[in-house]
Design a protein around this ligand. Structure first.
Ligand code: PLP
Length: 357
């Protein structure tokens, strides 16, 4: 009955705090979770306030046009509301796109966001990956010319590695792609990349002139609302109208909607989180240099450190209540660590130091 799904693995999410509480009997307050690229400073205060006040409205469906949220995004990005679709996380937008097209072939980087492959396999697509694990757009183009995939995924910056191609490279690439192939530009970490280096910034308004480009963004990372599940897609009206045909009604909740609207008004909080992220990332870079560990220069809120026996080390960290992402399943020994608060980073690095020396 499920023949189509036989090669499909279930997405393995970062370990939840609850699991460490159950397995190792550690108090929730003593657990440091740096495995899912959440904002370590919590949700924006304005969003917390709003959700508290709105709890008594839980019996109401949200405004299904998501008018106010689209207004907020329109003015943030200088686009029109008709260029926006709202999803339960940007994951849901990726799902709409893949299911809407039902591609025979899709193309992505050697190591990239796992959901591209999962949604594509759900519709039976063949997965093409570049040999290069990071984004090498020349290699993308070579494979595109030969294989003509219907969807190309660019993760800018890339999760789980953290590298980021220049915006100019992305646009030069898009120019060469035929209009029958959808190019998805996943900007889940764009706020971080744009802050670190203006050459990496992709303005959603600049993709609107292309008939075949979809930009996706999320409130889960810099905006601190991972648990609320709110994301968005931005594209020309033709794409957006078609994606809306797949959207179930009320696909985000009344409280999620309110939280996202407020988060957009709390730019100060978001900006400070991003500034602190890169200040704290320096600790990891210094640690890597001092201990002769290779690392990937990161444009996100996480960093990949190459560490021998990463599976064992991740397990040992877990026993001490520190959750990070082991990269062994991608075929190399490394840890992906979300940049935490100063206290979390100090504790993690001290603990790690004891394990590798
Ligand atoms: C986290 C993430 C997303 C989507 O997250 P949502 O919580 O579904 O919005 C999409 N792409 C990448 C690369 C991510 O890391």
């Amino acid at each position: 009955m499920f023949e189509k799904l036989k090669d499909l693995k279930t997405y393995e999410a970062g370990k939840p705090i609850e699991l460490v509480v159950r397995e190792f009997g550690i108090e929730p307050k003593d657990i440091i979770k740096l495995a899912s690229n959440e904002n370590p400073y919590g949700p924006p205060p304005k969003a917390i306030e709003k959700v508290k006040n709105l709890a008594s409205e839980m019996h109401r469906y949200p405004d299904d046009s998501f008018f106010e949220l689209k207004e907020g995004l329109s003015s943030k990005f200088n686009i029109s509301a008709s260029n926006i679709i709202i999803g339960a996380g940007s994951d849901q937008i990726l799902e709409f796109a893949v299911h809407a097209i039902s591609p025979k072939k899709v193309l992505m980087a050697g190591i990239t966001f796992a959901m591209y492959e999962i949604y594509s396999k759900q519709v039976g697509a063949q997965i093409l990956k570049t040999e290069s694990v990071t984004h090498n757009l020349e290699e993308f183009y070579e494979i595109y010319k030969e294989q003509k995939p219907e969807i190309i995924f660019l993760c800018v910056p890339n999760n789980p590695l953290g590298e980021c191609v220049d915006a100019k490279e992305v646009f030069d690439f898009i120019e060469k792609i035929d209009e029958n192939t959808l190019v998805v530009v996943d900007g889940a970490y764009q706020e971080f990349a744009a802050h670190k280096d203006k050459n990496k910034e992709i303005k959603p308004e600049d993709i609107l002139k292309y008939k075949n480009v979809l930009y996706t963004g999320t409130f889960s990372k810099a905006y601190g609302l991972g648990g609320m599940r709110v994301g968005y897609g931005i594209a020309n009206e033709y794409i957006i109208e078609n994606l809306h045909k797949l959207r179930p009604p009320f696909n985000i909740t009344t409280l999620s909607l309110a939280a996202a609207i407020e988060a957009l008004k709390d730019e100060e909080f978001v900006k400070n989180s991003i500034i602190k992220n890169f200040e704290e990332m320096e600790k990891y870079v210094s640690f890597a240099k001092e201990n002769n560990l290779k690392y990937i220069d990161s444009y996100t809120n996480f960093i990949v450190l190459y560490i021998k026996n990463s599976t064992q080390i991740a397990e040992n960290l877990l026993k001490k209540g520190i959750i990070v992402r082991n990269m062994a399943s991608y075929g190399f020994e490394a840890l992906r660590i979300t940049i935490g608060t100063p206290e979390q980073n100090d504790k993690l690095l001290n603990t790690l130091k004891g394990m590798i020396s």
